[in-house]
Design a binder for this molecule. Sequence first.
Ligand SMILES: Nc1nc2c(c(=O)[nH]1)N[C@H]1C(S)=C(S)[C@@H](COP(=O)(O)O)O[C@H]1N2
Ligand SMILES: [Mo]
Length: 300
Amino acid sequence: MAYRWKNTLSDCDVTPEAAFLNRRQLMAGAAAGIGLAGVGLPAGAQELTANSWDEITGYNNYYEFGTDKADPARYADALTTSPWSIEIDGFVDRPGTYSFDQIMDKMTVEERLYRFRCVEAWSMVVPWNGFELADLLALAGVQADARYIAFETALRPDEMPGVKYPVLDWPYVEGLRLDEAMHPLTIMATGIYGRDIPNQNGAPLRLVVPWKYGFKSIKSVVRITATKDEPPTSWNKANAREYGFYSNVNPEVDHPRWSQATERAIGGGLFSARKPTLMLNGYGDEVASLYAGMDMRKNF
Ligand SMILES: Nc1nc2c(c(=O)[nH]1)N[C@H]1C(S)=C(S)[C@@H](COP(=O)(O)O)O[C@H]1N2
Ligand SMILES: [Mo]
């Protein structure tokens, strides 16, 4: 992998996990509740143990490269991630093509240790590096008329062996309500363990919305559009009965074909027992107010 962009850690190239963990230990001595990632570290976050680099980068969903969990790690190397640019359009003051480097010059990259819960009922804990989506949206200047943000993944048949199969209606698209997109927990991830994010995890930058099922966290984003209407989303288009627009993690609303009450924590060997799934994936204190008065069963 080319180290085209340095994330926050400088000493991580050799032993990223060790460097990260040492740093976390140092930070643990600092006053709890402030500093490090600020709002990005909810109460109890210090108790989270990150999954290993190998787990995070070896067990993936990125259907453009195949539907097996090992396919992205096998095939995503073919994706050209440099140069990269994002088209930002729709209801914004400064629409246009923003190069990845141009964006990174302006953004503040920080560490965010987040729970990650796939709708398939497995989970990991990932030490992302990234910046707040709100800061990128501010660069483009979202207009008062906008109510949603739509996202699109690159579509490169020459580089993506999976897109010859009509598993989804390519390109992969996703969307958030504007207030969800602007929430400080919502980031664009550019790294993991202080290293550039690997292709299989969505290089060079992907959305991460930690209180929603993993499929909302769209990878390798090439277009961001501010819209008035709720944008179409890939899994909803594929099966509207099973996958809604909101897709908030909710142990009380089962998938039509399986329970969402518990999850299988990837890794951990003997200790990889199922654990209870938390409402809004444990981020309720931060985001429950976004859904006040909304029926989470209807708006699943
Ligand atoms: N473009 C694109 N983005 C995607 C997907 C995909 O297939 N294509 N899979 C989603 C799903 S179902 C999950 S669980 C997460 C997986 O992210 P990870 O491989 O980094 O764990 O990516 C999401 N983003
Ligand atoms: Mo997923």
